[in-house]
Design a protein around this ligand. Structure first.
Ligand code: AR6
Length: 170
């Protein structure tokens, strides 16, 4: 598996699947989630509503992942995963690692071999970027997957720099 870092907007990535840093409702939000729904158009929200009406009546639990169509995005699928909200009082690292592992498991089920990830939980959910990069890279390295092209798409130069350093030292 080749791991690459990209600085930019995840919605522009030409990959089989882009991962969305969603919330349990699957019905949209800000950050990456807002950008994916805006650029991808209403087909994604319609697919999410169907998931809520069928398998995920109570929402998608934290640490799990599920796929939908990608609407107008260049990707074929969106893999929605729900990161944990950072807590200084409770170690939720296993849930953050689970987002990466479960997203790759869903990618394998789809037959997606190129996947773009955002830095899950590091925005609205406030996870410190250094720690999140360490957990993300550790999780994808140890995951059994058929994905051959894995990209982390970092929105800011700072986040890119942190992932670059962590990739170099990990
Ligand atoms: N492309 C790539 N990265 C981005 C983009 C983009 N277009 N936009 C933001 N980022 P966040 P979370 C970065 O907040 O912390 C939503 O409301 C951002 O700088 O998108 O997991 C959901 O519905 C940060 O580094 O996700 C949930 O309620 C990273 O992506 C909640 O936010 C993740 O930030 C999830 O919060």
């Amino acid at each position: 598996m080749q791991v690459t870092l990209v600085q930019g907007d995840i919605t522009a990535q030409q990959v089989d699947a882009v991962v969305n840093a969603a919330n349990s409702s699957l019905l949209g939000g800000g950050g990456v989630d807002g950008a994916i729904h805006r650029r991808g158009g209403p087909a994604i929200l319609a697919a999410c509503r169907e998931l809520r009406a069928s398998h995920y009546g109570k929402g998608l639990p934290t640490g799990q992942a599920v796929a939908t169509v990608a609407g107008d995005l260049p990707a074929r699928w969106v893999i929605h995963t729900v990161g944990p909200v950072f807590s200084p009082a409770e170690d939720r690292s296993h849930l953050l690692a689970s987002c990466y592992r479960e997203s790759l498991r869903v990618a394998d089920e789809l037959g997606a071999t190129s996947v773009a990830f955002p830095a899950i939980s590091t925005g609205i959910y406030r996870w410190p970027i250094d720690d999140a990069a360490r957990i993300a890279l550790g999780a994808i390295r140890s995951a059994p997957t058929q994905v051959t092209d894995l990209r982390f798409v970092l929105f800011t130069p700072d986040a890119y720099g942190v992932f670059e350093r962590t990739l170099g030292t990990g």
